[in-house]
Design a protein. Structure first.
Length: 424
């Protein structure tokens, strides 16, 4: 098998487009289950990416991949909770992940390090990873089934082909297959823009808040402050796109002026030095109308993305990747269940995503009290009110809610049993 030779079409069980957390998790676990997996990544790792603060839900797939001890050995900053300046009276308040269940912490991490760790693990488990590869088109048969992709390699002439039983789009917001095979719906309520940079020689929050993420609201938006290592913080400002476009200030000037409205953040930065240039992104929150089709399926940001207020992106991507790997494993063994199995994956994924998005939409109303936000989480996560509302709040923002369990523990046994019975 030689994917670098012109004129050779390579055959795999699964092709994964994208080597970020969703793609690498899916590919690594499928390889662990014994399948032939090709990963095509447009960039060369390590590469920069925003999204540096994790939530406990991510630790479940990291455990499956055998990476939890390596994450600790890397020296990633443990994250035990968060500090918020949010709500109608703007009094700072905290949450602790210990309130929400069995996983008491996650990490803050430079994504270049984390993403490389996961992709390297996929290689160790047997996936063939090709970097500097740009996917051009899906290969679509006369019956409409996607059976592979065409791609190019940076610096080399010619278009290569690879074929597989199933193609997984984990290409993030590029949505390589999604753009061609389904429509996207943007969330107008969460059409936001972010601008961020990095500071050195920052102060920490006091006491038990030492490693908390700080989320501090201002009149027209909010800031994040994430302790990465030593005295370095990632600091970003998020506001509505229409507010930013209607301002006579650049995003950078808006960032600087809005910092003057903060309290906790100014304390962190009072002796700090800006240590990097500005970066920006806009119009995050969206979902694809379909998460799968004939021979293809979406995972991670390629499927849907919600505003980064509670740092759910990597956890949602890797949890979905873990589930998809189990679903695809069963599909490869029982091809006749493909459509129903992917329907079930899609429904569970969309339910979990909908819960997070609904909560973020409600949380953006900063005229409410802390108790209101707790109750909002309970209404979404625990309508029968079996738990304390604060517990439901932490479970939801930890990525460990009931819907997450429904995604992670997806059961396909009835599909396989029914198929076997029919065949008999």
């Amino acid at each position: 098998m030689s994917p670098t030779l012109l004129g050779v079409t390579d055959e795999f069980d699964v092709i994964v487009i994208g080597g970020g957390p969703a793609g690498a998790t899916t590919a690594g676990l499928l390889s662990k289950y014994g399948h032939r997996v090709l990963v095509l990544e447009r960039e060369r790792f390590p590469r920069y990416h925003i999204g540096e603060s994790l939530i406990p839900g991510v630790m479940v797939p990291m455990e499956e991949l055998g990476l939890t001890e390596r994450m600790e050995a890397k020296g990633f900053e443990r994250k035990y909770g968060g500090t918020l300046v949010w709500g109608n009276n703007e009094v700072p308040w905290n949450f602790s992940f210990t309130t929400g269940g069995k996983i008491p912490y996650a990490y803050h991490t430079r994504r270049a390090d984390l993403d490389t760790l996961i992709l390297d693990r996929a290689r160790e488990l047997g996936a063939l990873v090709i970097e500097d590869a740009t996917v051009k088109d899906p290969i679509v048969e006369d019956d409409g089934r996607v059976t592979g992709i065409r791609y190019t390699l940076r610096g080399l002439d010619g278009v290569r082909e690879a074929r597989a039983s199933l193609v997984i789009d984990a290409s993030g917001q590029a949505r390589v297959l999604g753009r061609k095979l389904t429509e996207v719906t943007w969330n107008d309520q969460l059409r936001n823009v972010a601008v961020w940079t990095y500071y050195d020689n920052c102060h920490r929050l006091p006491g038990d808040e030492w490693s908390n993420i700080l989320i501090e609201g201002t009149q027209h938006g909010w800031f994040w402050a994430i302790p990465l290592d030593k005295g370095v913080f990632s600091v970003g400002y998020v506001t509505r796109s229409d507010v930013a476009s209607g301002s006579d200030k650049s995003l950078e000037d808006l960032f600087e002026s809005e910092i003057t409205q903060t309290g906790k953040l100014q304390d962190i930065l009072k002796d700090a030095t800006q240590a990097a240039g500005y970066r920006s992104a806009r119009d995050w929150s969206y979902t694809n109308e379909r998460f799968h089709g004939n021979g293809w399926v979406l995972v991670g940001d390629a499927a849907a993305f919600v505003d980064p207020l509670f740092s759910t992106g990597v956890a949602l991507a890797t949890l979905a990747g873990s589930t998809l790997s189990k679903v695809v494993d069963q599909i490869l063994k029982n091809p006749e269940i493909e459509e129903k199995a992917l329907d079930r994956y899609s429904s569970a994924y969309q339910d979990f995503f909908h819960d997070i998005r609904s909560f973020v939409e409600g949380f953006y109303d900063r005229s409410k009290t802390k108790g209101y936000y707790f109750n909002l989480a309970q209404d979404i996560n625990d309508p029968e009110k079996k738990n304390d509302a604060q517990v439901d709040f932490v479970k939801l923002i930890s990525g460990l809610s009931g819907r997450a369990g429904g995604l992670f523990d997806l059961d396909l046994s009835d599909l396989i049993t029914n198929t076997a019975t029919t065949e008999d």
